[in-house]
Design a protein around this ligand. Structure first.
Ligand code: MN
Length: 252
């Protein structure tokens, strides 16, 4: 039997430890192609490079770096790097250093890479690891869970127009929960400072945020020490408000 081919990428960059852990874990079930950004691209969301030439460089057998975003990696991976090879059976993005929960997923390069693969009708998931600044990161459990989920997807197939967003707690997981996307409560504002030349500058994202208390959310699962698996849909339409919107006075 031919080995299944799996494309992996991330937004922490080619040299990231989480990518290596993911590669090692998935190598047990398939032929892994590593196609990752040449530098960190966290927080780039679903950005696609449209106004600059895109280049990739081979770093070893089945290892490539792309001078672009995580979405570029998937796009170029499928349409150029793996063109002769054929489409992979699965695309996995991660293991991200730091979780991607709730509303944050729209900023996430990790989740967006999986989103891009789903747009191309390829089964995909994103996987992220909870971290703490004061302790080393152990990607062991996340790597093992990536393999478990990959096996299931390869065996069962993926529900249409769906990707999975997986988050793994820092402590040894107590189990796995299927969750919905939670809601962050941002303290708001930015941190304002003065640089040595007297000019004002700002930092976004440096404040800690809380989240809405909802026992079925991704946040709650992590808080309780469980791996969280959130199925995400490609269609962002809010169907519930369509009728309401039709009653607005929107005549031209
Ligand atoms: Mn990242």
């Amino acid at each position: 039997m031919q080995s299944v081919s799996i494309l992996i990428t991330n937004d922490d960059g080619y040299g990231a430890e989480g990518l290596k852990a993911l590669e090692e874990s998935l190598a047990e079930i398939g032929t892994v192609w590593v196609i990752a950004p040449d530098r960190e691209q966290s927080g780039q969301g679903h950005a696609l490079t449209l106004n600059d030439p895109l280049r990739f460089h081979k770093r070893g057998p089945r290892h490539f770096v792309v001078q672009g975003t995580p979405t570029d990696c998937v796009y170029l991976g499928i349409h150029a790097i793996l063109k002769a090879e054929g489409r992979p059976r699965l695309v996995v993005s991660g293991i991200n250093r730091g979780y991607n929960l709730g509303d944050d997923i729209t900023y996430s390069g990790t989740v967006s890479a999986a989103f891009e693969a789903t747009l191309m009708s390829l089964p995909a998931f994103a996987i992220s690891q909870e971290i703490r600044a004061d302790s080393p990161v152990d990607f062991g459990a996340a790597g093992r869970f990536a393999r478990v989920l990959a096996r299931e997807i390869l065996e069962r197939g993926m529900p249409a127009d769906t990707l999975f967003n997986v988050n793994v707690p820092r402590r040894p997981p107590r189990g796995v929960r299927v969750t919905h996307q939670g809601r962050r409560i941002y303290p708001g504002g930015v941190i304002e400072r003065i640089d040595p030349k007297g000019r004002t500058y700002y930092w976004i994202g440096a404040q800690s945020a809380d989240w809405e208390d909802d026992p079925k959310s991704d946040f709650a699962a992590l808080g309780d020490g469980f791996v969280s698996v959130t199925p995400l849909h490609l269609d962002l339409t809010n169907y519930k408000v369509m009728d309401q919107l039709r009653r607005w006075n929107l005549e031209l």
